[in-house]
Design a protein around this ligand. Structure first.
Ligand code: NAP
Length: 303
């Protein structure tokens, strides 16, 4: 940390590297799997359902299945180009009843002919390793043990790994979606560690957004707008968690595109004390969170 007149420059910003934090979480999970194997017990089993041909969804599910293999989990991938809602509900019912399946994941978004809410409601809350079922959301809100939504859970694991102080801090969460912003605001405000933050939740109707952001000790950006959070909106020494994954034009790349977050990383890297990169930050932690939920689902079962 260097003081140049009144300006504090964080010469050595801590990169909240998702690869490092996820590797630590996964190492612990793999050890638990080895214990199950040594005790001649069943390993965790994740069933992943992918409907449609969305390339991003295909890549996400592919990574999840690959990570299962890496950790010694069993996985079953059910991929269909299209499906009727009633057939998907029957499939979920079958997986709910299958005692060898610990976790069920339905990759979102689903094609328009399927009601996502109905599908989420159909998954047995005890197998809901994405943590989207209202029973798990309700339990999370009152601090009961539950399956936490994978991305916010991954962020909590990351904050824990890098020992980021959250208690008493003012955290601003940008975005109020059911899968990221809202659960993140709940988790950070709970009496837990990490947690105990004073949380402000901002969204598209928030007025004077910059005024809310400026005093923040911790910013979690989850809105899906490239480079939305700019240098002048953030105070010196803040911690930034960038959840955004946005594909932008990049003529210099062979693919013509590159992934960036919701935060202007380059402009902020000398101002903040810690920040997640995109890619290589929260995305990797989301998978770690999902895997931890699947292990927990297995350990919560007697068989
Ligand atoms: N890294 C990961 O693993 C991971 C996981 C999930 C999502 N993501 C990424 O995270 C981003 C957010 O995802 P999501 O599913 O939460 O998105 P979402 O459902 O589209 O929600 C976006 C939120 O941002 C708010 N918002 C939009 N424009 C805004 C503005 N100008 N000012 C303030 N708030 C604004 C919206 O407000 P309203 O509610 O008022 O509309 C909404 O609450 C996306 O880039 C997504 O790809 C990454």
């Amino acid at each position: 940390l260097v003081c140049a007149s009144k300006r504090v420059i964080f010469a050595t910003m801590l990169v909240l590297d998702g690869k490092i934090a996820a590797a630590a979480v996964k190492e612990q999970i793999a050890k638990e799997v080895q214990l199950l194997i040594a005790g001649q017990k069943r390993v965790p089993h994740l069933a992943a359902i992918l409907i449609g041909n969305n390339p991003a969804s295909q890549a996400y599910v592919g990574n999840k299945v690959k990570t299962c293999a890496e950790l010694g989990f069993e996985s079953t991938l059910i991929a269909e180009p299209a499906m009727e809602e009633a057939d998907l509900l029957s499939l979920i019912e079958k997986l709910n009843k299958d005692t060898t399946i610990d976790g069920i994941l339905v990759q979102l978004p689903l094609p328009k002919n399927i009601n996502e809410e109905k599908i989420i409601m159909a998954i047995d809350p005890q197998k809901d390793v994405d943590g989207f079922h209202p029973i798990n959301v309700g339990k999370m809100a009152i601090g009961s043990p539950s399956y936490l939504p994978a991305t916010p859970y991954g962020i909590m694991l990351m904050l824990e790994h890098f020992k980021i102080e959250t208690s008493g801090k003012h955290c601003v969460v940008l975005g109020r979606s059911n899968i990221v912003g809202t659960p993140m605001s709940i988790l950070l405000s709970r009496n837990t560690n990490p947690g105990n933050c004073t949380v402000t939740l901002c969204h598209s109707r928030t007025q004077n957004l910059a005024q809310h952001l400026l005093p923040a000790d911790i910013i979690v950006a989850a809105i899906g707008i490239p480079f939305f959070v700019k240098e002048e909106m953030v105070k010196h020494g803040a911690v930034i968690i960038d959840v955004g994954i946005n594909s932008i034009e990049a003529p210099e790349k062979k693919s013509g595109k590159r992934l960036v977050g919701d935060v202007d990383y380059e402009a902020l890297k000398e101002k903040v004390s810690a920040m997640t990169p995109v890619p290589g930050g929260v995305g990797l932690m989301t998978i770690a969170g999902l895997m931890q939920n699947t292990l927990n689902a297995r350990l919560n079962k007697p068989n």
